[in-house]
Structures are given as C-alpha cells and as structure tokens.
Design a protein around this ligand. Structure first.
Ligand SMILES: Cc1cc2nc3c(=O)[nH]c(=O)nc-3n(C[C@H](O)[C@H](O)[C@H](O)COP(=O)(O)O)c2cc1C
Length: 217
C-alpha cells in the first residue's frame, strides 16, 4: 500500500473480529513501527503484546476495575481546554452517537467499556517507556504509535489507539507482571475490522490547515 493512501485511509476501528492474527504479521508490523524516529535513536519504547485469551483476561480485570472506579475517556487535564478543541471532541462524539445507537448500545458504555475491552481485538500492543526517561520521551512513544497504526494498515490490519488504559496502568502492570518503573504511554488494539458494525462507518473530520498552522516567512 502506498504511504499516502495509508495515511488517508487509516482510521480507528471500534469493532474487531474475534480472529487471531498471525505472529508473523504482528512481527512485521512491530518491526516496521520500530523504524519510527526517536531522540538520539534511543528507541525508548518497550512493547508488551497481549493476545487471544490473555487479552480477554486482561480486559475482564480492567472492566471489573471500571465498575469500581469508573475512570472514563476525556481530555485528561484539569486545566480548561480552549473551546476550539472541545468543539472538535464534541463533533466527533456527535457523529459517533447515531452509529453506536444503531448498534443498540449506550454511547458512554460503548466507548469506555469498549476501550477497556479493546473493542474485541485479538491483539493489543501496550507501549511502555521506562521512568528513567523524562516526560519528553513520551514524544518518542507517540512517534512509535504513529508508525504502528500506519504499518498495521499497510499489513492489512485495522487499529485503534486506546489511551483510557493509562488510568488503569497499575492494574495492567500487576496483571501482566510489568515492573512498576515502566510508564504506560498508550495501547493499540490490532485486528481485522468487523465491517458489519455501524460504528466502523465512522470517519473523523480534520481541521483546515489555517486552523492549526502559522506561517512565518
Ligand atoms: C493518544 C490517543 C488516545 C486515544 N484513546 C482512545 C480511547 O481510549 N478510546 C477510543 O475509542 N479511541 C481512542 N483514541 C482514538 C481517537 O479517538 C481517534 O484517533 C480520533 O478520534 C481520530 O479518529 P481516527 O483515528 O479515526 O482518525 C485515541 C487516540 C489517541 C491518539
């Protein structure tokens, strides 16, 4: 697949088929994602791949915790967020709402519990960065994330970044025996899309260049 085509057609999928993905394909995706740039090529990311029944077991644990703590998706800040950003988030939710309703589901439940269930994906990449690094190095994890979702597309896989798991990282580390010194940057659900699910018709909008680019010359 051409790179520009991959960039333009990639989207987050929120309903996956319960079909395993071959280790070979996942290895290719991860190796290509590993070509992402990082500060002085430290490649500070550490990836834990959780597959099949282990993924489902992890989700059961996260969903139990969700019932107790109800930590949900949101902008993740206590500072006021400028209105232009919140408008984009609201528009995104407004456009997803009818598709989720078409599936007979409640919006918040679908997105929050769905995220913790990795939308049924057979594979999940958990991207950690050691806490010896300053917060700046989270940028490198973001760089890996961008490459990962595009590499997944190029290898015929759908994906969805799942940030909600960061609020549950203590449980995740405990469950998967990951040292406390590792910070969970983000996770990515990977698999084949359920093309019959209305939510997968969703295509998110983008701001015009003039809204986010300032030219200085
Ligand atoms: C850092 C980050 C965290 C995200 N967390 C979640 C999440 O917890 N649940 C979810 O359904 N989507 C999540 N997403 C997906 C975004 O909602 C999605 O990328 C955005 O709406 C743009 O849509 P697109 O990926 O289809 O282009 C996350 C994306 C990023 C980059």
């Amino acid at each position: 697949m051409d790179l520009i085509e991959a960039i333009r057609t990639r989207r987050s999928v929120r309903a996956f088929l319960d079909e395993p993905i071959s280790t070979e394909t996942l290895e290719q995706v991860l190796a290509d994602a590993g070509r992402a740039p990082s500060a002085i090529n430290m490649q500070p990311w550490e990836i834990h791949m959780v597959l099949g029944e282990e993924r489902k077991r992890l989700s059961r644990r996260l969903l139990r915790s969700f019932k107790e703590n109800a930590l949900t998706c949101g902008p993740g800040t206590t500072k006021p967020v400028p209105e232009k950003f919140m408008i984009r988030a609201r528009e995104c939710a407004d456009q997803m709402l009818p598709l989720i309703q078409k599936m007979g589901a409640d919006f918040k439940a679908y997105v929050n519990e769905g995220s913790l269930d990795f939308y049924g994906a057979p594979a999940v990449a958990l991207i950690f960065v050691d806490d010896c690094f300053p917060p700046d190095r989270m940028v490198d994890a973001g760089s890996f994330l961008g490459y990962l979702v595009l590499a997944a597309s190029a290898h015929g896989l759908a994906s969805c970044p799942i940030g909600l798991v960061r609020s549950y990282q203590d449980e995740i580390k405990d469950h998967l025996n990951v040292p406390e010194t590792k910070n969970l940057a983000i996770s990515v659900a990977l698999g084949k899309p359920d093309l019959t699910a209305p939510i997968n018709e969703f295509r998110s909008a983008r701001a015009e260049l003039r809204e986010f680019v300032r030219w200085i010359d």
